[in-house]
Design a protein around this ligand. Sequence first.
Ligand code: SF4
Ligand code: SF4
Length: 276
Amino acid sequence: MGIQEQYRNEAAELLSSGAVKLVIGYGGGSTPDRRRPVFVRSAEEVSRLVLDSYCVANLSAYLISEGLLSDGKNVAVFLKPDGIRSVNILSAEAQVNPDQVVILGFNIEGEQTTPLPGRKAADYAPLMESLRSSGLSPELQREADRLEQMSAVERFDYWKEQFAKCIKCYACRQVCPMCYCRRCIVDVNQPQWINTSSHTLGNFEWNIVRAFHLAGRCVACGGCDRACPVNIPLRLINHRMSKETLDIFGHFPGESADQKPVLATFRQDDPETFIL
Ligand code: SF4
Ligand code: SF4
Protein backbone atom coordinates (compact mmCIF):
# COMPACT_ATOMS: atom_id res chain seq x y z
CA MET A 1 0.00 0.00 0.00
CA GLY A 2 1.38 3.43 -0.92
CA ILE A 3 1.73 6.24 1.58
CA GLN A 4 -1.29 8.12 0.17
CA GLU A 5 -3.57 5.13 0.67
CA GLN A 6 -2.09 4.44 4.09
CA TYR A 7 -2.72 8.00 5.27
CA ARG A 8 -6.19 8.17 3.72
CA ASN A 9 -7.09 5.04 5.71
CA GLU A 10 -5.61 6.51 8.87
CA ALA A 11 -7.48 9.79 8.33
CA ALA A 12 -10.74 7.86 7.83
CA GLU A 13 -10.13 5.92 11.05
CA LEU A 14 -9.35 9.09 13.03
CA LEU A 15 -12.52 10.78 11.77
CA SER A 16 -14.89 7.85 12.12
CA SER A 17 -13.68 7.05 15.64
CA GLY A 18 -14.13 10.68 16.68
CA ALA A 19 -10.44 10.96 17.60
CA VAL A 20 -10.26 14.13 15.51
CA LYS A 21 -12.91 16.52 14.22
CA LEU A 22 -10.93 17.60 11.16
CA VAL A 23 -8.04 16.49 8.96
CA ILE A 24 -6.02 19.23 7.29
CA GLY A 25 -4.24 17.82 4.26
CA TYR A 26 -3.43 18.37 0.62
CA GLY A 27 -5.67 18.08 -2.40
CA GLY A 28 -5.28 18.52 -6.15
CA GLY A 29 -4.32 22.02 -7.25
CA SER A 30 -4.86 24.19 -10.28
CA THR A 31 -2.04 22.49 -12.23
CA PRO A 32 -0.71 18.89 -12.08
CA ASP A 33 2.27 19.96 -9.95
CA ARG A 34 0.35 22.12 -7.47
CA ARG A 35 -1.38 21.12 -4.28
CA ARG A 36 -3.81 23.09 -2.20
CA PRO A 37 -4.98 22.62 1.36
CA VAL A 38 -8.12 20.57 1.89
CA PHE A 39 -10.18 20.30 5.06
CA VAL A 40 -11.75 16.88 5.53
CA ARG A 41 -14.48 16.44 8.12
CA SER A 42 -15.80 12.95 7.45
CA ALA A 43 -14.42 9.53 6.54
CA GLU A 44 -16.39 9.63 3.27
CA GLU A 45 -14.31 12.57 2.08
CA VAL A 46 -10.80 11.15 2.54
CA SER A 47 -10.48 10.38 -1.19
CA ARG A 48 -9.89 14.13 -1.58
CA LEU A 49 -6.55 13.76 0.18
CA VAL A 50 -3.43 13.63 -1.95
CA LEU A 51 0.08 12.92 -0.69
CA ASP A 52 3.09 13.14 -3.00
CA SER A 53 6.26 15.12 -3.54
CA TYR A 54 4.33 18.24 -4.55
CA CYS A 55 2.90 18.56 -1.02
CA VAL A 56 5.42 21.15 0.10
CA ALA A 57 3.31 23.76 1.91
CA ASN A 58 3.62 23.98 5.69
CA LEU A 59 0.03 23.32 6.76
CA SER A 60 0.67 24.11 10.43
CA ALA A 61 -0.34 27.69 9.60
CA TYR A 62 -3.99 26.53 9.57
CA LEU A 63 -3.82 25.37 13.18
CA ILE A 64 -3.84 28.99 14.32
CA SER A 65 -7.10 29.80 12.54
CA GLU A 66 -9.15 31.73 15.06
CA GLY A 67 -11.22 29.43 17.26
CA LEU A 68 -10.15 26.18 15.55
CA LEU A 69 -8.88 24.51 18.72
CA SER A 70 -10.90 26.46 21.27
CA ASP A 71 -13.51 23.67 21.67
CA GLY A 72 -10.81 21.31 23.01
CA LYS A 73 -11.29 18.83 20.13
CA ASN A 74 -8.38 17.34 18.21
CA VAL A 75 -7.28 18.11 14.67
CA ALA A 76 -5.03 15.97 12.45
CA VAL A 77 -2.66 17.66 10.05
CA PHE A 78 -0.23 16.49 7.38
CA LEU A 79 3.20 17.86 8.23
CA LYS A 80 6.76 17.62 7.00
CA PRO A 81 9.55 18.06 9.57
CA ASP A 82 9.46 21.87 9.14
CA GLY A 83 5.77 21.83 10.03
CA ILE A 84 6.44 19.69 13.10
CA ARG A 85 8.98 22.27 14.23
CA SER A 86 6.34 24.98 13.73
CA VAL A 87 3.93 23.07 15.96
CA ASN A 88 6.61 22.97 18.65
CA ILE A 89 7.14 26.73 18.40
CA LEU A 90 3.40 27.45 18.41
CA SER A 91 3.09 25.22 21.48
CA ALA A 92 6.01 26.90 23.26
CA GLU A 93 4.41 30.28 22.49
CA ALA A 94 1.04 29.08 23.86
CA GLN A 95 -0.74 29.35 20.51
CA VAL A 96 -1.71 25.68 20.21
CA ASN A 97 -2.12 22.86 22.68
CA PRO A 98 0.11 20.08 21.29
CA ASP A 99 -2.19 17.46 22.85
CA GLN A 100 -4.87 18.53 20.37
CA VAL A 101 -2.69 18.06 17.31
CA VAL A 102 -2.38 14.65 15.65
CA ILE A 103 0.52 14.74 13.22
CA LEU A 104 0.39 12.74 10.01
CA GLY A 105 4.12 13.17 9.43
CA PHE A 106 5.91 12.58 6.17
CA ASN A 107 9.15 13.40 4.44
CA ILE A 108 9.97 14.23 0.84
CA GLU A 109 13.26 13.22 -0.73
CA GLY A 110 13.39 13.91 -4.43
CA GLU A 111 10.24 12.32 -5.81
CA GLN A 112 9.90 9.95 -2.87
CA THR A 113 7.40 10.60 -0.09
CA THR A 114 7.88 8.52 3.01
CA PRO A 115 5.83 8.26 6.21
CA LEU A 116 7.26 9.40 9.52
CA PRO A 117 6.37 7.43 12.62
CA GLY A 118 4.86 9.15 15.65
CA ARG A 119 1.63 11.09 15.87
CA LYS A 120 2.48 13.71 18.50
CA ALA A 121 5.11 16.43 18.17
CA ALA A 122 7.01 14.99 21.14
CA ASP A 123 7.46 11.68 19.25
CA TYR A 124 9.74 13.46 16.81
CA ALA A 125 12.44 14.49 19.31
CA PRO A 126 15.08 12.14 17.78
CA LEU A 127 14.34 13.55 14.31
CA MET A 128 14.89 17.12 15.56
CA GLU A 129 18.45 16.33 16.57
CA SER A 130 19.30 15.16 13.06
CA LEU A 131 17.67 18.26 11.51
CA ARG A 132 20.10 20.58 13.29
CA SER A 133 22.73 19.88 10.68
CA SER A 134 20.34 20.11 7.73
CA GLY A 135 20.57 23.36 5.86
CA LEU A 136 19.22 25.06 2.81
CA SER A 137 18.80 23.42 -0.57
CA PRO A 138 22.09 23.39 -2.54
CA GLU A 139 20.82 26.22 -4.74
CA LEU A 140 19.87 28.47 -1.80
CA GLN A 141 23.07 27.55 0.04
CA ARG A 142 25.12 28.75 -2.93
CA GLU A 143 23.26 32.06 -2.83
CA ALA A 144 23.70 32.30 0.96
CA ASP A 145 27.44 31.66 0.55
CA ARG A 146 27.64 34.32 -2.15
CA LEU A 147 26.01 36.83 0.23
CA GLU A 148 28.39 35.87 3.05
CA GLN A 149 31.35 36.69 0.85
CA MET A 150 30.08 40.19 0.08
CA SER A 151 31.21 43.24 2.01
CA ALA A 152 28.58 44.86 4.27
CA VAL A 153 28.05 47.62 1.69
CA GLU A 154 27.56 45.13 -1.14
CA ARG A 155 25.15 43.10 0.98
CA PHE A 156 23.19 46.21 1.87
CA ASP A 157 22.91 47.07 -1.83
CA TYR A 158 21.79 43.50 -2.57
CA TRP A 159 18.93 43.70 -0.10
CA LYS A 160 18.06 47.25 -1.12
CA GLU A 161 17.62 46.01 -4.66
CA GLN A 162 15.57 43.01 -3.51
CA PHE A 163 13.32 44.97 -1.14
CA ALA A 164 12.75 47.65 -3.80
CA LYS A 165 10.62 45.03 -5.58
CA CYS A 166 8.30 44.53 -2.59
CA ILE A 167 4.70 45.53 -3.29
CA LYS A 168 3.59 45.16 0.34
CA CYS A 169 1.07 42.46 -0.47
CA TYR A 170 1.90 40.72 2.88
CA ALA A 171 1.56 37.27 1.30
CA CYS A 172 4.78 36.30 3.13
CA ARG A 173 3.13 37.14 6.43
CA GLN A 174 -0.16 35.43 5.64
CA VAL A 175 1.48 32.13 4.69
CA CYS A 176 3.86 32.02 7.66
CA PRO A 177 2.79 29.91 10.65
CA MET A 178 4.94 32.11 12.88
CA CYS A 179 3.01 35.28 11.98
CA TYR A 180 -0.09 34.77 14.07
CA CYS A 181 -0.81 38.21 15.56
CA ARG A 182 -4.45 39.03 15.00
CA ARG A 183 -3.44 42.60 14.26
CA CYS A 184 -0.02 43.07 12.72
CA ILE A 185 1.89 46.26 13.47
CA VAL A 186 1.91 47.09 9.76
CA ASP A 187 -1.89 47.23 9.79
CA VAL A 188 -2.01 49.71 12.69
CA ASN A 189 -2.60 53.19 11.32
CA GLN A 190 -3.14 55.20 14.51
CA PRO A 191 -0.27 55.80 14.95
CA GLN A 192 1.13 54.44 11.74
CA TRP A 193 4.37 52.72 12.69
CA ILE A 194 5.23 51.34 9.28
CA ASN A 195 4.49 53.09 6.06
CA THR A 196 2.03 51.08 3.99
CA SER A 197 2.99 52.37 0.57
CA SER A 198 5.67 50.62 -1.42
CA HIS A 199 8.81 52.73 -1.36
CA THR A 200 12.40 52.20 -0.31
CA LEU A 201 12.22 53.21 3.34
CA GLY A 202 8.86 51.57 4.04
CA ASN A 203 9.94 48.38 2.29
CA PHE A 204 13.09 48.22 4.39
CA GLU A 205 11.12 48.82 7.59
CA TRP A 206 8.67 46.07 6.78
CA ASN A 207 11.12 43.42 5.69
CA ILE A 208 13.68 44.10 8.42
CA VAL A 209 11.04 44.23 11.17
CA ARG A 210 9.69 40.91 9.95
CA ALA A 211 13.16 39.33 9.79
CA PHE A 212 13.86 40.34 13.39
CA HIS A 213 10.42 39.12 14.42
CA LEU A 214 11.36 35.71 13.01
CA ALA A 215 14.82 35.51 14.56
CA GLY A 216 15.07 32.10 16.19
CA ARG A 217 11.54 31.23 15.05
CA CYS A 218 11.78 30.56 11.31
CA VAL A 219 11.69 26.85 10.43
CA ALA A 220 12.86 27.38 6.84
CA CYS A 221 9.71 25.94 5.31
CA GLY A 222 10.07 28.30 2.37
CA GLY A 223 6.42 29.35 2.39
CA CYS A 224 7.35 33.04 2.23
CA ASP A 225 9.68 32.50 -0.75
CA ARG A 226 7.02 30.60 -2.64
CA ALA A 227 4.29 33.12 -1.81
CA CYS A 228 6.23 36.25 -2.73
CA PRO A 229 4.92 37.38 -6.12
CA VAL A 230 8.11 39.28 -6.92
CA ASN A 231 10.51 36.49 -5.94
CA ILE A 232 12.39 38.14 -3.09
CA PRO A 233 14.57 35.38 -1.55
CA LEU A 234 13.09 35.88 1.92
CA ARG A 235 14.26 32.53 3.20
CA LEU A 236 17.86 33.74 2.86
CA ILE A 237 17.46 36.59 5.32
CA ASN A 238 15.50 34.43 7.76
CA HIS A 239 18.09 31.69 7.42
CA ARG A 240 20.82 34.18 8.29
CA MET A 241 18.91 35.22 11.42
CA SER A 242 18.54 31.55 12.38
CA LYS A 243 22.26 31.04 11.90
CA GLU A 244 22.94 33.94 14.26
CA THR A 245 20.71 32.53 17.00
CA LEU A 246 22.21 29.06 16.52
CA ASP A 247 25.80 30.35 16.67
CA ILE A 248 25.23 32.74 19.59
CA PHE A 249 22.65 30.89 21.70
CA GLY A 250 22.78 27.31 20.38
CA HIS A 251 19.08 27.73 19.61
CA PHE A 252 17.58 25.54 16.86
CA PRO A 253 13.98 26.74 16.39
CA GLY A 254 11.22 24.26 17.07
CA GLU A 255 13.26 21.52 18.66
CA SER A 256 10.65 20.82 21.32
CA ALA A 257 7.38 22.17 22.68
CA ASP A 258 9.06 23.33 25.89
CA GLN A 259 11.93 25.14 24.20
CA LYS A 260 11.97 28.74 25.48
CA PRO A 261 11.65 31.40 22.75
CA VAL A 262 15.23 32.61 22.31
CA LEU A 263 14.48 36.33 22.38
CA ALA A 264 11.95 36.14 25.19
CA THR A 265 14.10 34.50 27.81
CA PHE A 266 17.22 35.36 29.82
CA ARG A 267 19.65 33.82 32.27
CA GLN A 268 20.06 35.44 35.64
CA ASP A 269 23.81 35.02 35.36
CA ASP A 270 24.00 36.61 31.92
CA PRO A 271 27.17 38.73 31.81
CA GLU A 272 25.36 41.59 30.05
CA THR A 273 24.49 44.29 32.61
CA PHE A 274 21.26 45.27 30.90
CA ILE A 275 19.62 41.98 31.93
CA LEU A 276 19.33 42.81 35.63
S1 SF4 B 1 9.60 33.02 7.59
FE1 SF4 B 1 9.17 31.90 5.68
S2 SF4 B 1 10.49 30.08 5.79
FE2 SF4 B 1 10.38 30.94 7.89
S3 SF4 B 1 8.66 29.85 8.90
FE3 SF4 B 1 7.80 31.73 7.99
S4 SF4 B 1 7.07 31.10 5.94
FE4 SF4 B 1 8.47 29.48 6.67
S1 SF4 C 1 5.31 38.58 -0.23
FE1 SF4 C 1 7.03 39.69 -1.20
S2 SF4 C 1 6.06 41.48 -2.17
FE2 SF4 C 1 4.57 40.65 -0.68
S3 SF4 C 1 4.98 41.83 1.22
FE3 SF4 C 1 6.20 39.95 1.35
S4 SF4 C 1 8.21 40.55 0.53
FE4 SF4 C 1 6.75 42.13 -0.14
